[in-house]
Structures are given as C-alpha cells and as structure tokens.
Design a protein around this ligand. Structure first.
Ligand code: PLP
Length: 230
C-alpha cells in the first residue's frame, strides 16, 4: 500500500481497553514525522485519556507530540452526554451545517463541560502528584508480590499488569478472580488488556482513598496467591 492511500493514523496516546499502555515518545514522534512527510492526518482518541485523567488536560501534553485531530468525551461534561472532535483550523474546512447530530451542542451539556474544564484545570497538579505517589506505592507492593509484572501510567490512569512470575505470561483468570474478590470487599477494580487492572478513579480522590484500595488489593493478592501459588 502506498502512503498516498492512507488518510489517517488513529490511535490512543495512552492505550485504554488494550491494557493501559503508554507508548514511548520515540514512537509518537516517529508517527508524527511519517504523517508530516506523507500528508497523513494524525488522530488521537483521547476519550479515555483526556480531561485530566493523566494529570495533563490531554495525554498528548506528556509527550509534546500533537495530533491534527483529537476526540474527547467521557469526563468532558462530568457525566452529561457530550463528546467533541477538536482539530486544527486547516482541517476544519467543512461548510456550515456539514456535520450535525440530534444532540450535538446541547446547551446544558456544554454548560456542564465549561464548568468541568475549569475545575479539572485546578485538579491537574493534585492528579500528577498523587498519581506519582500511588505508582511508588504500587512498585513497593510489586517488590513483595512478584505476580505484579508491571506498573505503568500517568496521573490517575495507572495499569497494574499481572503475570506468572516464572513464565512472565499474562494471567487472565487471576485478573478476573481479582476483580470479583475486590468487588466482594467493596472496591471496584476493572481489568483491561490480557491481565491488567486499570486504576481510573475520580480526579478528586486522594491518598486516603488510594490507601483503602491498596489495602484491599493486597488482601486479595494474599488470598489469590493461596489458590495460584505465585
Ligand atoms: C479510548 C476510547 N475511545 C472511545 C470510546 C467510546 O466513546 P463514546 O462512548 O463516547 O463513543 C471509549 C469508551 O467507551 C474509549 O475508551
């Protein structure tokens, strides 16, 4: 296939459902370069990683590698239904009324979004600082529980990958058991990818809530390690 046949590359600047995987800066820079060389649009899906989730308003800011177009939704209006496509002026060359939808630009959702963005802006340092502390605590936990294969992420978008300590293979059943066990203990943990637990709590939580989660996670791992003998 010739690059002339490629309209756009679409990717998440931090992979969400696929396992909470941040790419390297080199990867994104290389993509940006290839797109620029061949007139291909670079599109980021920031639906999960955007609106403060990673401790920057958008995950692209961690890398300083920016797209031509990005999509944003989820936290954008604090639960009111709103999604948006944001693009460079050079891309937004459509005529008026070319793109519309029944609920597009809903005034109540837009007002909620403006209020949300103001609040999230103020929460960014809190998310960055607390996210780093939690990643530190998880890495300490990893020293005691070799079943934790990897801890990664930014801000409040943190992935804890579980692997067989001997073979390093993903352990999907372990992750599913962990979800159910922690749910029974009152902590909702959600898996992604092959065997990663994602942490994506509300941006307002602090160390107190994280410590409750970490205590439950540890309890669950102790119980599961009896079953799996990791
Ligand atoms: C990265 C990503 N993109 C897109 C979507 C879907 O977004 P929407 O429901 O706003 O279409 C989701 C999750 O629902 C997501 O995690």
């Amino acid at each position: 296939m010739s690059p002339k046949e490629v309209a756009a590359f679409v990717l998440e600047p931090v992979l969400g459902e696929g396992g909470y995987v941040p790419p390297t800066k080199f990867f994104l820079k290389s993509l940006r370069r290839i797109c620029d060389e061949h007139g291909i649009l670079l599109v980021y899906d920031e639906v999960q990683s955007g609106v403060g989730r990673t401790g920057q308003m958008y995950a692209s800011e961690h890398y300083g590698v920016y797209p031509d177009v990005y999509c944003t939704a989820k936290g954008l209006a604090s639960g009111m239904p709103l999604g948006a496509i944001v693009a460079k002026e050079s891309v937004m060359t459509w005529g008026r009324g070319t793109h519309g939808s029944t609920y597009g630009g809903n005034p109540v959702a837009c007002a909620a979004s403006l209020a949300t963005l103001k609040i999230v802006e103020g929460l960014l340092p809190h998310v960055r600082q607390n996210g780093e502390i939690v990643i530190g605590k998880l890495r300490k936990l990893q020293e005691r529980f070799p079943v934790i294969g990897n801890v990664r992420g930014f801000g409040y978008m943190i992935g804890i990958e579980f692997n067989n300590p001997k073979t390093k293979a993903a352990i999907h059943d372990y992750m599913e058991d962990l979800e159910i066990l922690s749910f029974k203990k009152g902590v909702l943990l959600l898996g992604c990818g092959a065997s990663t637990i994602r942490l994506a709590p509300p941006l307002i939580v602090g160390q107190h809530e994280f410590d409750i989660m970490l205590g439950t996670l540890e309890e669950c791992m102790v119980e599961l390690n009896k079953k799996y003998r990791y």
